[in-house]
Ligand binder design. Sequence first.
Ligand code: ADP
Ligand code: ADP
Length: 224
Amino acid sequence: APLLAASDLVKTYGGTEALRGASLDLRAGETVAVTGASGSGKSTLLHCLAGMVRPDSGTVRYAGERLEEAPERRLSELRRTDFGMVFQFGQLIPELTALDNVALPLMLGGSGRTEARERAGTWMERFGVWGQRELRPGQMSGGQAQRTALARALVTGPAVVFADEPTGALDSLASERVMTVLTQTVRESGTAVLLVTHDALVAAYADREVALRDGVTAPAGVGV
Ligand code: ADP
Ligand code: ADP
């Protein structure tokens, strides 16, 4: 069975039908790219899968659990323990150094500062940003900030990472570097990735692609 599965999701905002029947399976350790034009519903699908938005109808199952009807308390617990998140602008905390940004999820989970910083450092090394550990987010390049955000998303050992246009603000060289290090790392750690992108070069790093068109999913290249 897939680790995460969305089935027939429908989501309407006012008069806007963001999703009109979107389905997607994500197996453990797999990277799936959700592609489609701007406004096709990619972010809404990601938000439903991550338990951040409740669909009007349809189901979201994570490891057998029904997320669309789970209480908010349980969803926020899952986002802390099982899910990692990365967005277009890494949303690092500007006042903290890169190292403390990456260590923070561990400290919120109860780890001591020294242990958290040690583990955070290992992940920063893996993502090629160890040299930037004492910088604040505003002092880093866009690519460095996104690689730091990825380290922060993975440091707690989540089963699934949700990445919404993680390279959207980067040039192609920095995008390639982010995707290379992300795909290598998740292969080693067995993490599943749901990647939202409008960039075909970025989607090419995924194991599989699911295309969204006007809120409806189809396997890439089928029925389009
Ligand atoms: P994509 O990620 O592919 O650009 P989105 O999921 O962000 O697509 O949006 C799909 C549609 O739903 C768009 O028409 C968008 O304007 C609308 N939409 C998304 N989120 C909201 C919201 N919170 N309130 C109102 N409309 C929204
Ligand atoms: P961005 O991803 O935003 O382009 P990079 O971290 O790739 O930022 O690059 C920032 C600077 O660090 C560049 O001048 C680049 O040449 C240098 N750099 C990046 N990676 C390495 C590396 N592994 N060894 C040495 N220098 C590097």
